[in-house]
Design a protein around this ligand. Structure first.
Ligand SMILES: *Cc1c(COP(=O)(O)O)cnc(C)c1O
Length: 365
């Protein structure tokens, strides 16, 4: 047959995920760590990989890595599950707790993957829009939860792309108010230095998502994990792809996790640089940065689309949200190396100055 019937109806109108990667000198668009793993760790990785049997299926549960993560978090192995990036585990969440006739609660503007996964699995999405300052509307949240039909909730903390983490006391009240599964996405917790992990002891309905892609410089490897009570992990086990975490990724992850202390200076540098970039944005005319607990800063400005293009023409790629609902006029810059940050600030100020001059000329004419 030289034609094909239509794909599943929930795919109609969907656009495949596009990270909006473009060639640039400075990639400040995807919240990656600007520094790759250091040479010594890379050498250890090479040696470890050299002894990985490539003809054998990997350990489906990545138990070596699982045990290391469990121990570091004071948990049993049965409370940890690795995935092919955090993204796989987010999809597994929608498969296991969503589906036709089921409903999830979402707090836009937030990570777009949550709503996309709900749609793919025919899960209804109830949106509670964030307030003007991007904080969660707690009253509306508890009111909606009281209806009793929400099956799972996803809260990014810190919230990508807006920047701040959710207040600890709100997360605790949320977990107390519902028996829905609550995923707290802590993809950036190494930068926010804040976790709800202690609440696992008292909340069967909590699942925490983490990733190796940001603080640990492994976005290219695809490793993420969840922490939850064994009953919750068991439901994820039912839907996951058995061999999603390949043997090479497991080996890389083990070496990096063993040496995770070596990433601390880099993390500290990013946190310091975040303060410096924030101050520079605050003192740039017409630019309004939002506070951040993470490794990026969202900021609002006039002519944001033109500013994005000007930065890009000069080799600096930031993320353009200027046409995204609830984020109109916003760009997001990932904190890079000090040199990259300097260049970003210089170029943004040059754009603002040039625009100011053009306006003054136009006013005189
Ligand atoms: C980056 C990110 C993740 C996970 O990314 P992976 O690379 O798939 O591990 C999860 N949630 C948020 C909010 C993120 O920004």
């Amino acid at each position: 047959m030289n034609r094909v019937r239509a794909s599943a109806p929930q795919l109609a109108g969907l656009v495949p995920y596009d990270p909006k990667y473009l060639p640039a000198r400075a990639f400040l668009s995807a919240n990656e760590n600007p520094r790759d793993v250091d040479a010594e760790v890379r050498e250890l990785i090479s040696r470890r990989i050299a002894s990985v049997p490539l003809n054998r299926y990997p350990d489906p549960l990545a138990n070596g890595l699982r045990d290391m993560i469990a121990e570091a978090n004071g948990l049993d192995r049965s409370c940890v599950l690795l995935g092919n990036g955090g993204d796989e585990l987010l999809f597994d969440l929608a498969l296991a707790w969503g589906g036709p006739g089921r409903t999830c609660l979402n707090f836009p503007p937030t990570f777009s993957v949550y709503a996309a996964n709900a749609r793919l699995t025919n899960t209804a999405v109830v949106d509670i829009a964030r307030r003007e300052d991007f904080s969660i509307d707690e009253e509306a949240t508890f009111e909606r939860l009281a209806v009793g039909d929400i099956d799972y909730v996803v809260v990014a903390s810190p919230n990508n792309p807006t920047g701040l983490r959710a207040p600890q006391d709100f997360l605790e009240r949320l977990l107390d108010a519902t028996d829905a599964l609550v995923m707290v996405d802590e993809a950036y917790f190494e930068f926010s230095r804040s976790t709800v992990r202690p609440l696992l002891a008292t909340h069967e309905n909590l699942v925490i998502l983490r990733t190796f892609s940001k603080a640990f410089s492994l976005a290219g490897v695809r490793l993420g994990y969840i922490l939850a009570n064994p009953g919750v992990i068991n439901e994820f086990l039912k839907v996951r792809q058995p061999y999603s975490v390949d043997a090479v990724s497991q080996a890389v992850g083990e070496v990096v996790y063993e040496h995770r202390a070596r990433f601390e200076p880099g993390i500290r540098e990013i946190i310091e640089e975040r303060g410096r970039v924030m101050e520079a944005l605050r003192t740039t005319v017409g630019v309004r940065p939002y506070p951040s607990d993470s490794n990026w800063i969202l900021f609002n400005m006039e002519d944001a689309g033109a500013a994005w293009a000007s930065l890009y023409e000069n080799g600096v790629l930031v993320r353009d949200f200027s046409a995204t609902p609830l984020l109109e006029g916003c760009l997001r810059v990932t904190i890079g190396t000090p040199e990259q940050n300097d260049e970003f600030i210089r170029l943004l100020r040059a754009f603002v100055a040039e625009r100011g001059q053009k306006r003054a000329q136009a006013a005189r004419a």
